[in-house]
Design a protein around this ligand. Sequence first.
Ligand code: PXP
Length: 238
Amino acid sequence: MANLNVNIDHVATVRQARLTVEPDPVWAAVECELAGAKGITMHLREDRRHIQERDVELVRKVSKIMLNLEMGMTEEMVNYALKLVPDMVTLVPEKRAELTTEGGLDCIKLEKTLKTVVAKMHKKGIEVSAFIIADPNQIAACAQAGCDAIELHTGPYANARTKKEIITRLDELETGLECGLNAGMVVHAGHGLTYRNVEPVADMTGFCDFNIGHGIISRSIFTGLRSATKEMIELIRR
Ligand code: PXP
């Protein structure tokens, strides 16, 4: 049965819109925990546009559930993660101008750096996941670099508009899932998943965690975060 990690970045986005103290992502983490989420995902971006160090550090101290730190493979972020020691890091490509993480990490091109980062994280007991498109060559490069897990980018599926493209994207995810499991890695999925599109992906057997943010935080404005989180967990497990 797959689990849900709630990405709480956009709670911080609302706070940063006014550079004030609320809403507090730490409160959000507690609400997600009370709703039954397996973990909290936070992306500490280079430009600190939403999540701040203070948020990550307090969530690390207060929350009893898994902390998944999303990060770019910069020297600054690697050193930060080694000091913080989250349960897992998810390595993502990061571009300053993007609205959200766009493509997957190119683990073929970055294999050498990836290997070094994985070894450093493992020394501290931190699990490593890489956010990639569902491409067998990318999956093989992650396994080769020693990643514990991969997170398959569900954005192309979420953005597909025709029935034909949706089916193609779902097939790619299913093949990627099988490929990742056969390579001995844990397979997660995320990006662009909503209450309307999560079920066909959740129906695939083998995914471990879903990392979902924008959809849950959007709904929480109307229903509250605890209820929005519970509703997503129910959909994933139905
Ligand atoms: N997984 C990764 C690697 C991401 O970068 C993001 C967005 O921060 C998510 C999952 C969550 O995506 P969304 O906010 O669209 O649910």
